[in-house]
Design a protein around this ligand. Structure first.
Ligand SMILES: *[C@@H]1O[C@H](CO)[C@@H](O)[C@H](O)[C@H]1NC(C)=O
Ligand SMILES: *[C@@H]1O[C@H](CO)[C@@H](O)[C@H](O)[C@H]1NC(C)=O
Ligand SMILES: *[C@@H]1O[C@H](CO)[C@@H](O)[C@H](O)[C@H]1NC(C)=O
Ligand SMILES: *[C@@H]1O[C@H](CO)[C@@H](O)[C@H](O)[C@H]1NC(C)=O
Ligand SMILES: *[C@@H]1O[C@H](CO)[C@@H](O)[C@H](O)[C@H]1NC(C)=O
Ligand SMILES: *[C@@H]1O[C@H](CO)[C@@H](O)[C@H](O)[C@H]1NC(C)=O
Ligand SMILES: *[C@@H]1O[C@H](CO)[C@@H](O)[C@H](O)[C@H]1NC(C)=O
Ligand SMILES: *[C@@H]1O[C@H](CO)[C@@H](O)[C@H](O)[C@H]1NC(C)=O
Ligand SMILES: CC(=O)N[C@H]1CO[C@H](CO)[C@@H](O)[C@@H]1O
Length: 305
């Protein structure tokens, strides 16, 4: 009697539990499906904005298969929402529709080496989980939107090889997780906001081949302890080389060539013992090459005009 009542209560408990479980999982699947539909809608809108796909790569981007199986698309295991969109090297031509801002679980956006053009819709600012943005080697134009400063998790921001114009927004300085900034080979003008030289998370700062000008803060390296690559080549930077450059002790690559930097090469450059490549050519530097440069044991390339 006791035993059967005990068993009954266990059975009831199990039934009870599985009811809750079923209810929960139905709810979960429902929400996921709704939002998978949202993701599908966003990507079909992107497909509709693609005017050239010579290799017919997006042929299976259709409602007959789940978005998670579409080429270039990766879904997160937990939510089954689109987390990575990798359209690099697909030879695509087209524009970015505002609907991409609906991919609310997107963490990585790789659009490199295609022929996307036009401007970036502000709806992309809804993508709060973004960690990586790469639009390298496309034909995007317009200003770098200020809302790039609003991605709390962004680690890598690459716009190399487009036609972005205007200034480097100071809002980039808000991105406390940012490690890589690559804005090279665009048409950016004006001064680089001091805040950008003050982002202690940075390992790469590449502004090569723009029309940026002004001097560098003398204490530039006090706030960039992790910097491994600094590329400011082919711009219109001027003034002296920062005397505290030697404090960027992790530097591997230093490119300052093709500017109008003046004055002498700081002796303490010899303290940058990790340096592998240094480009100082085509500037207005004067004086002699410091003997201390002989201390740079890892140096493979040195150009000085
Ligand atoms: C879609 O196409 C890609 C390559 O063309 C292929 O790897 C993938 O399996 C296809 N997916 C489906 C669901 O057919
Ligand atoms: C993106 O796709 C390209 C070509 O399909 C591939 O080479 C590259 O490794 C991919 N990148 C990532 C981060 O998956
Ligand atoms: C997706 O985004 C577009 C444009 O930003 C919007 O009009 C639309 O309502 C969104 N669709 C869904 C299903 O959320
Ligand atoms: C990417 O595209 C650029 C310009 O179209 C080209 O110079 C570069 O070699 C390409 N990168 C690769 C790895 O194919
Ligand atoms: C950047 O941070 C400042 C405060 O430090 C804040 O006022 C501003 O709204 C932020 N900008 C963006 C785009 O998040
Ligand atoms: C770059 O900007 C300058 C002026 O800021 C303009 O005259 C020039 O046409 C631009 N070049 C391109 C390729 O957009
Ligand atoms: C640079 O960062 C330090 C703290 O990390 C802060 O005290 C200083 O005000 C910042 N300078 C600028 C110009 O943003
Ligand atoms: C910089 O290098 C000199 C030798 O060239 C050395 O005496 C000095 O201690 C080094 N300073 C630091 C901070 O590493
Ligand atoms: C689980 C999940 O991501 N739910 C979201 C589905 O989409 C709606 C509307 O876009 C959001 O409010 C939910 O949070």
């Amino acid at each position: 009697m006791e035993r059967s009542r005990f068993l009954l209560s266990i059975t009831l408990l199990l039934v009870h539990c599985s009811c809750i479980y079923v209810a929960k999982s139905t709810l979960g699947t429902g929400a996921a499906q709704t939002n998978t539909t949202t993701d599908q809608g966003a990507l079909l809108a992107l497909k509709a904005h693609i005017t050239g796909d010579p290799q017919n790569i997006l042929v299976n981007w259709s409602a007959t298969t789940s978005v998670c199986n579409w080429v270039g698309v990766t879904c997160g295991a937990r939510h089954l929402r689109v987390s990575v969109l990798n359209l690099s090297y697909m030879g695509l031509t087209g524009t970015i529709p505002p609907n991409l801002g609906n991919l609310s679980f997107l963490a990585e956006m790789h659009f490199g080496n295609n022929s996307f053009h036009g401007t970036l819709p502000h709806e992309l600012s809804y993508l709060r989980r973004l960690k990586l943005i790469s639009f390298v080697y496309n034909n995007f134009m317009g200003f770098i939107p200020l809302w790039f400063g609003s991605f709390p998790k962004l680690q890598s921001f690459k716009l190399y090889g487009n036609q972005f114009s205007g200034r480097v927004p100071r809002e980039i300085g808000n991105l406390t997780q940012l490690r890589e900034i690559d804005l090279g080979v665009n048409n950016l003008t004006g001064h680089v906001p001091v805040r950008v030289f003050n982002m202690s998370s940075l390992t790469t700062l590449d502004l090569f081949g723009n029309n940026l000008n002004g001097g560098l803060p003398d204490n530039i390296c006090q706030h960039l302890p992790s910097l491994q690559e600094l590329n400011l080549g082919r711009n219109q930077f001027d003034g002296p080389l920062p005397s505290k450059l030697w404090q960027c002790t992790q530097l591997l690559y230093l490119t300052l060539g093709g500017n109008t930097f003046s004055g002498s090469i700081p002796k303490k450059i010899g303290n940058l013992t990790q340096l592998r490549e240094i480009y100082l050519d085509v500037n207005k530097l004067t004086g002699t090459i410091p003997d201390e440069m002989g201390d740079l044991q890892n140096l493979e390339i040195l150009t000085i005009e």
